[in-house]
Design a protein around this ligand. Structure first.
Ligand code: C2E
Ligand code: MG
Length: 356
């Protein structure tokens, strides 16, 4: 039956094992993903399936649907085309988060509730500023809305279809800010914008970027798009072709939250990358553990061999910076080096630095 919008419910009676359910979910995914030919266009769906089981997940229809809904929402957050069972604390957290935020997010752009903050990226060996990353913040006007960072509200915006308009706003705002800084005489600095894969895969994304660059007057070589590695690799073929188009437009591409231990290295080699960003946690076990040191060294060497820059983010202390300096990795970012700042504060901070 259809619950509403694009949500449907299937009830499976007489289930003997979880495998029975998995079989049905896989078959449904397979069938739903077949392209539909409509007026000469081949259109594809990206289904997301959440599954709850009676009696483990609840003994009322409402609870069972709510838990299946939360599991489906978790799948959407991970880029669709998948299924997930409702067990585990992670999904419970999402179930309780979904309702409080989805409603307040509706109309939030029109109410101008977003702003960008800017965090510098450094050449840690020279102590110079190499770039700046735009990070979105949400300040809901209504009282009683729980405060949430982008790690929480971006997935909600993705799940409820707001990510395209929010992403467009972020991109435009960042490019306009870059232009304003230039006009104010700030030395030119590349600006990085985080892009959700769901936005990148929207049909007109490359055109939108081109138009935004034209309208704001930003030189493409100063615009960098950051994409989460896990999402790109999960939808490799589609993302790769869009990224190649964007690269042709002259802008820079950066892969965020890389972890070579979980990535297909050959696929990374096929992407038109300018930079790979790693978490500082990658260096964590350093002093104790030979394998961690070897992996970190190999990781940076891999990046350089592919001709990309490598950066480590999340540097929170002097010790963390020192740990990084022991490696052949030039770029670093983190609270210890420079916190995210408002646009004016950033300009003032950057101007006062001795070296650019
Ligand atoms: P990210 O791109 O990996 O951004 C870095 C995050 O780490 C930011 O959190 C930043 O404030 C935080 N950070 C910076 N230095 C440190 C540090 O030393 N220690 C720790 N613990 N954290 C540090 P934020 O702003 O909450 O953003 C979280 C994630 O949300 C971002 O991760 C990015 O994936 C996403 N995001 C942020 N802004 C946007 C946006 O405009 N669009 C999209 N699609 N995603 C965004
Ligand atoms: Mg980022």
């Amino acid at each position: 039956g259809r619950l509403g919008g694009d949500e449907f419910v299937t009830i499976l009676p007489n289930i003997r094992s979880k495998e029975d359910v998995i079989g049905v979910a896989l078959k449904a995914l397979e069938r739903l993903r077949q392209p539909y030919l409509i007026q000469g266009l081949s259109l594809e769906l990206s289904p997301s399936i959440g599954i709850s089981l009676y009696p483990e997940d609840g003994d009322s229809i409402d609870t069972l649907i709510e838990r299946a809904d939360a599991a489906m929402y978790a799948v959407k957050q991970n880029g669709c085309n998948d299924f997930r069972f409702a067990h585990g604390p992670y999904n419970q957290k999402l179930a309780s988060l979904r309702h409080p935020l989805e409603r307040p997010l509706q109309g939030s752009l029109e109410r101008q509730e977003f702003e960008l903050v800017y965090q510098p990226l450094f050449n840690t060996q020279l102590g110079t500023v190499k770039g700046v990353e735009a990070l979105v913040r949400w300040k809901p006007l209504a009282s009683g809305v729980p405060l949430a960072g982008p790690g929480i509200f971006i997935p909600v915006a993705e799940a409820c279809g707001l990510i395209g308009s929010l992403g467009r706003w972020v991109l435009q705002q960042a490019c306009l800010q870059h232009h304003a800084w230039q006009e104010a005489g700030l030395p030119p600095l590349p600006i990085a914008v985080n892009v959700s894969l769901l936005h990148l895969l929207q049909q007109r994304f490359a055109d939108e970027v081109e138009q935004t660059m034209l309208e704001s007057g930003i030189d493409p070589e100063f615009l960098e798009l950051e994409l989460k590695a896990s999402a790109v690799l999960k939808h490799f073929d589609q993302s790769s072709s869009v990224l190649h188009v964007l690269k042709q437009q002259g802008l820079r591409i950066s892969l965020d939250e890389c972890n070579l231990e979980h990535m297909n290295l050959r696929q990374i080699g096929e992407l038109p990358l300018d930079r790979m960003k790693f978490e500082h946690a990658m260096l964590a076990g350093l002093n104790h553990d030979k394998a961690s040191v070897a992996i970190a060294n190999a990781t940076f060497a891999f990046g350089y061999a592919l001709g990309t820059e490598v950066a480590v983010q999340g540097i929170e202390s002097k010790e963390a910076l020192q740990a990084l300096l022991a490696y052949d990795c030039e770029l670093g970012q983190g609270f210890y080096l420079g916190r995210p700042m408002g646009a004016d504060e950033f300009a003032q901070w950057y101007r006062q630095r001795p070296l650019h």
